[in-house]
Ligand binder design. Structure first.
Ligand SMILES: Cc1cc2nc3c(=O)[nH]c(=O)nc-3n(C[C@H](O)[C@H](O)[C@H](O)COP(=O)(O)O)c2cc1C
Length: 288
């Protein structure tokens, strides 16, 4: 089972409609479970009223509000907000700014992240919004997935939102335009693509993300020695079949540890320096 959260903010429902289309794409992947949630509104009701957004807000009332601490339970999170001056809406930024503890614990490391947006106009900043919205996801250690260039993304005979950085829709200056057929296809491809990648990660069962240096262990039986890289390895990962489970280690990080222990270093100062170095290197590394 691969669990995908589509987490969005929408004032006038364009992003909500896009989220539903992305959800359709997620559901096209076997064994995928999709959840739609909103981030909390931060604008006062009077402001929303002046913006003419109250009816639209009612139409989304049935979508539950997400809490920060539930994020780690998903394998992929697809974030979406309207473009606001070429960047994500502050409602989403506020939500993300509350995820410091999750970041500290590295709880989103290795999960798939993506972003979708809408704008009033064709050149209103969708691509730049998707690009700059990637940044917090990368800080979280997420693996960013966009949208492959399906035919609908190559169209030049009509205006359309979306790009390879993430799906999108054009709302019109007064919000009069709704998701086009091409935008819907791009959104579905987006959901399907993100989910397929997350599924591969989930299904590759030996893969484990360890984020605290104290927890950095190889997923092998305890009595097995740590695999040492072979000298003829050409890339920076080595696959060893010397243990019950296939084990992959990063030689550049693993070898010095082996060296130190095999020469029986007794100098406490040196050992402490090695430990410090290991700690630096192992926080956030991918351990198989
Ligand atoms: C404060 C504010 C800033 C906006 N900035 C942009 C912008 O930079 N480019 C653009 O094309 N549209 C901009 N818009 C229009 C919104 O992107 C548009 O209303 C939204 O995409 C509709 O999506 P929604 O129905 O999900 O709220 C802005 C709207 C507001 C209220």
């Amino acid at each position: 089972m691969v669990k995908v959260l589509i987490l969005f903010y929408s004032t006038y429902t364009h992003i909500f409609k896009l989220a539903e289309a992305i959800a359709e794409g997620v559901s096209m992947v076997e064994n995928a479970q999709v959840t739609l949630k909103r981030v909390p509104e931060t604008l006062p009701k009077e402001v929303l009223e002046k913006m003419g957004a109250l009816d639209a807000q009612k139409a989304m009332e049935h979508i539950p509000i997400a809490s920060y601490d539930e994020l780690p339970q998903y394998d992929a999170i697809i974030f979406g907000t309207p473009t606001r001056f070429g960047t994500m809406a502050s409602q989403m930024k506020t939500f993300l700014d509350a995820t410091g503890q999750i970041w500290t614990n590295g709880e989103l490391i290795g999960k798939v992240g993506s972003f979708f947006t809408s704008s009033a106009t064709q050149h209103g900043g969708q691509e730049v919004t998707a690009l700059n919205s990637m940044i917090p996801l990368l800080h979280h250690g997420m693996i960013y997935a966009g949208v492959p260039f399906i035919p609908e993304l190559m169209t030049i005979d009509q205006i359309e939102g979306g790009s390879c950085y993430g799906s999108g829709t054009i709302a019109g200056g007064a919000g009069e335009r709704m998701l086009s057929a091409a935008e819907k296809e791009i959104a579905k491809a987006h959901g399907k693509h993100v989910t397929s990648i997350a599924k591969k990660i989930v299904e590759y069962s030996p893969l484990k993300m360890e984020t605290k240096s104290e927890q950095v262990v190889l997923s092998t039986t305890s009595e097995q020695p740590i695999a040492k890289p072979t000298s003829n390895s050409t890339n920076n990962t080595v696959v060893s079949t010397s243990t019950a489970a296939t084990t992959t280690v990063e030689p550049s990080k693993q070898a010095p540890v082996q060296e130190k222990s095999s020469t029986n270093t007794t100098n406490a100062k040196e050992q402490s320096a090695v430990k410090q170095e290991q700690k630096k290197e192992s926080s956030c590394c991918l351990i198989l």
